[in-house]
Design a binder for this molecule. Structure first.
Ligand code: TZP
Ligand code: MG
Length: 221
């Protein structure tokens, strides 16, 4: 992804990364705007049950409302990203290949790839096409039950050691303000969360709390 030179680097923006809860609806926009007011700079619309047309409509609304420095991605819907220029895509191992997503979308959007298993690191073209990778899941989570074995902070540490040093890494799965510090200490640049923000009574405050935990842990590395 080509970052605007005046903007913070992607690595900095990934500190607290919001992935939306399902179902996606009108309240999703309000939730995202609250999280952004609390400091979130990367947002993924994750709407496994909606249609591409519904996702496109939501992404357009979000693009109109979000500040330009916020990076917006859609989970596993290349067609939606093609329809809304500027929107990036996050894919997992069973989705479109990151190299195919890059070929279709070009260099100006953000592409993320989930890593469940260290064997995936053999896929050099996926790594080369990705702007960041997500260690998934770090801990078990009721938000996504069909996951592979949790990597834990130790898995995050091993992954970090094996990745190209310039490739940003986030952790996802079961992360909240009480354990986010250990994910950063293990070498992640950020934490991607659903419930810690979406299920909070005060999403803006929850985002701000996570940001301060991440900033404190990053400062001690
Ligand atoms: N991918 C791996 S775990 C997960 C996804 C989308 C869900 C994370 O949700 P939560 O509520 O932050 O544990
Ligand atoms: Mg997927």
């Amino acid at each position: 992804m080509i970052m605007n030179r005046s903007s913070a680097s992607l690595r900095d923006k990934l500190g607290v990364y919001l992935v939306t809860a399902e179902p996606a609806d009108d309240s999703t926009v309000e939730l995202i705007m609250a999280a952004v007011s609390g400091g979130v700079r990367v947002v993924q619309l994750r709407d496994k049950n909606g249609t591409t047309a519904e996702r496109v409509a939501l992404l357009r609304t979000l693009q109109d409302q979000l500040p330009p420095e916020v990076i917006l991605l859609v989970n596993d819907d290349l067609a939606a990203a093609v329809a809304v220029p500027g929107v990036g895509v996050h894919v997992g191992p069973d989705d479109d290949h990151p190299a195919e997503v890059r070929r279709r979308l070009g260099d100006r959007v953000c592409i993320g790839w989930s890593i469940h298993d260290l064997d995936q690191l053999r896929d050099k073209s996926a790594l080369a096409a990705s702007d960041y990778v997500a260690a998934s899941p770090v801990w078990p989570t009721p938000t996504k039950i069909d996951t592979t074995a949790p990597l834990g902070p130790e898995g995050v540490r091993r992954l970090r050691a094996m990745l190209p040093p310039a490739l940003p890494l986030v952790g996802i799965g079961g992360i909240h303000a009480g354990n986010a510090g250990s994910v950063i200490e293990a070498g992640a640049d950020g934490v991607a969360v659903v419930s810690a923000i979406c299920a909070a009574a005060d999403p803006a405050g929850a985002a701000a709390d996570l940001l301060s935990v991440v900033a404190a842990a990053t400062a001690t590395r």
